[in-house]
Write a protein that binds this ligand. Structure first.
Ligand code: SAH
Ligand code: DHB
Ligand code: MG
Length: 220
C-alpha cells in the first residue's frame, strides 16, 4: 500500500472527519475482541454517512456488520424515527457489534440479526421490514450477486445500493480467477449490468485500506 495514499487519507480524515477520534473506541473494542480490522475507513464512513444523509432514509439495511463501525456511521444518518437492520453471520461479531451500538446510543435504532444473510433476507421480506431506502452490501463477496438481487427486491424507486470491495487491487480483471470472492465480485458486475431496475457505476478508491472501490446503484 502506498505511503502517499495513507498520508492523504490522514490529511482528509484530520480535516473533514472529526468524528473519527470518538469512533476509534469502536475499532479498539473490535481489536480487543479479536475481530479482523476490515471495517471501512473513517473517511469512507463519513462518505457513506454523507451519501445516506442525501437519501434521507427512513430504513437502512446492511449486509455484513462485523463490529458495527459502518453500521454506526450509517445509523447516524437516520432521522429520529428511522430504523436500521444489519445482518451478521458470526454470533461473536454480532455480540461485539451490539455492545458498540449500545455505547453509541443506537441500541434502539439498530437491530443486529444473526445468521446467514441469505436466510435472513427472505425473513425480512416476510416480516414486512422492507422497503429499505439505503442498502450497504459488505458481507461475503461470493454471494454479492444474490445480495444484489435481494437488495433490489427489498428496495423502492430511489433506493441507493452501495457495495464495498468491488475492485480488490484490480483482481477483478483476472478472467481465470480461482478465488471465489473475486469470482463473486465479477458475477456481481454481470448482475448489475443485467439488472434493468438499477443504474450503476463504480468509484475506485485508494487510501489506508489500499486500492479498492465502491459500487453505487440507484433503483428505479
Ligand atoms: N461492514 C463492516 C465490515 C464487514 S466485514 C464495517 O465496515 O465495519 C464482513 C462481515 O460479513 C463479517 O463480520 C462476516 O462475519 C460477515 N459475513 C460473512 N459471511 C456472511 C453471511 N453469509 N451472512 C452474513 N454475514 C456474513
Ligand atoms: C475483507 C472484507 C472486507 O469487507 C473489506 O472491506 C476488506 C477485506 C476480507 O474479507 O478480507
Ligand atoms: Mg468491506
Amino acid at each position: 500500500m502506498s505511503k502517499l495514499w495513507t498520508d492523504v487519507d490522514r490529511f482528509i480524515t484530520d480535516r473533514l472527519v472529526p468524528e473519527a477520534v470518538e469512533l476509534d473506541a469502536v475499532l479498539q473494542a473490535n481489536a480487543a475482541a479479536g475481530l479482523p480490522a476490515i471495517d471501512i475507513s473513517p473517511a469512507q464512513g463519513k462518505w457513506l454517512y454523507v451519501l445516506a444523509r442525501a437519501v434521507a432514509p427512513r430504513r437502512i439495511l446492511e449486509i455484513g456488520t462485523l463490529g458495527a463501525y459502518s453500521t454506526i456511521w450509517l445509523a447516524r444518518a437516520l432521522p429520529p424515527s428511522g430504523r436500521m437492520i444489519t445482518l451478521e453471520y458470526d454470533p461473536k461479531h454480532a455480540e461485539v457489534a451490539r455492545a458498540n451500538l449500545a455505547r453509541a446510543g443506537l441500541a434502539a435504532a439498530v437491530e443486529v440479526r444473526v445468521g446467514k444473510a441469505l436466510d435472513s433476507l427472505p425473513r425480512l421480506e416476510k416480516e414486512g421490514c422492507a422497503p429499505f431506502d439505503f442498502i450497504f452490501i459488505d458481507a461475503d463477496k461470493h454471494n454479492y450477486p444474490e445480495y444484489l438481487a435481494w437488495s433490489v427486491r427489498l428496495a423502492q424507486p430511489g433506493t441507493l445500493i452501495v457495495a464495498d470491495n468491488v475492485v480488490r487491487d484490480g483482481a477483478i480483471l483476472d478472467g481465470n480467477a480461482q478465488d471465489e470472492n473475486v469470482r463473486g465480485i465479477q458475477r456481481f458486475y454481470e448482475a448489475l449490468a443485467a439488472e434493468p431496475r438499477v443504474s450503476a457505476s463504480v468509484l475506485q478508491t485508494v487510501g489506508r485500506k489500499g486500492y479498492d472501490g465502491f459500487a453505487v446503484a440507484v433503483v428505479g
